[in-house]
Design a protein around this ligand. Sequence first.
Ligand SMILES: [Zn+2]
Length: 153
Amino acid sequence: MVGPVQRWVVLGELIGAGEPLGVEQLGRRASLETAAIRRTLGALREYGQVRLLLALDDGPALFVPAERPTVAYLRCPACGGVSAPAEHPLAPLARQLRERFGQELRLSRFVFAWRCARCAAGGEEGAEEISRSSGRIGLRAATRGGEDASGIG
Ligand SMILES: [Zn+2]
């Protein structure tokens, strides 16, 4: 059983962050063990207050407050930054599928791997991060790197 105070603390951190957060990020912000965060997120999902984003990039699961509009997120495999672009890079593909097959490719609620503009521009730092993050361990290390790893300008 997860108490209401703990639920409010975790939900408050998620709302205050203004971007999707993973279990470890929430644990750092709320000063709680990851097991406690998982239990709390489970309870918040049951109450319909938190939404799980499905990570299609093999990265850690991300959560957003349920009140947020449903949008598609991108996570940079190089720096771990998460963004929600107004124009999704796969939108043209979704349009084509709709026109040719009448099928709707739903992009929202998913996290796709997509290099952010800064890393795509390929500064020396970016190139180093890309080579380091060629595996899952590298991505986790980049994600664990701290608050500034999650922000994209
Ligand atoms: Zn990046």
